[in-house]
Design a protein around this ligand. Structure first.
Ligand code: GTP
Ligand code: MG
Length: 201
């Protein structure tokens, strides 16, 4: 799929104020600093569409980006950032939960995982929660450029093994890098396929 236009539409601190539309949307979630905003820029061929930062906690709102005038990519705040005050963490937590559980336009949630790290409890528990709530999700392993191909392979193998402790099959997953654009075509093709097959009731 070719992205012809990508424009920022709106930021919200309340899911109820998100665009009132029948357009489908695809959201990115994961720990702070995992590369959600960078991935949106990479997929849309923009450097500064979504705001990125080397310090965690940059994205604090639900951000809608309109793609090809037809569908949305949604940048969400990261979870698990210890330096955000407890009350703010609860506020983001509630915002994320509400958005995920109540946003009927959401087709699939992409859960981003930094491929360099061992499986983290917070990500595993988050995916289990998605499973319990029957929220469709796919995993994107980010920052693949930071590992050699043998380390990448090793890391993916051990992540899959860990997932299979709790899941019958490994959820669908992609490997990406916002630096070398790995994963771009596969992720966009997947979204394209979903756009063609899903109609909101
Ligand atoms: P929050 O908004 O704080 O939750 O973070 P985020 O998940 O949106 O992460 P963001 O895209 O802001 O990226 C965090 C840092 O990681 C930045 O310094 C990025 O340049 C870097 N980064 C993101 N993706 C990649 C990648 O694929 N490869 C490399 N090498 N660096 C990356
Ligand atoms: Mg961000």
């Amino acid at each position: 799929m070719i992205i012809k236009t990508a424009q920022f539409e709106v930021s919200n601190s309340d899911y109820k104020k998100c665009p009132d539309t029948s357009k489908l949307e695809y959201a990115f979630i994961g720990r702070s600093n995992v590369g959600k905003s960078s991935l949106i820029n990479m997929l849309t061929n923009h450097k500064k569409l979504a705001k990125i930062s080397s310090s965690p906690g940059k994205t604090q709102l639900v951000n809608h980006f309109l793609i090809n005038d037809k569908w949305y990519l949604v940048d969400l705040p990261g979870y698990g950032y210890a330096k955000v005050s407890k009350s703010n963490r609860e506020k983001f937590g509630q915002l994320i939960k509400d958005y995920i559980l109540k946003r009927t336009q959401l087709v699939i949630l992409f859960v981003l995982i930094d491929v360099r790290h061992d499986p983290q409890k917070i990500d595993l528990e988050f995916m289990e929660w998605l499973g319990e709530k029957q929220i469709p999700f796919s995993i994107i392993f980010t920052k693949a450029d930071k590992l050699s191909s043998s380390k990448l392979h090793k890391s993916l193998t051990s992540y899959k093994k860990k997932m299979l402790d709790r899941w019958e099959i490994m959820p669908s997953h992609y490997i990406s890098s916002s630096e070398d654009k790995r994963g771009k075509d596969e992720i966009l093709d997947y979204i394209d396929e979903l756009n063609k097959n899903i109609k909101l009731e």
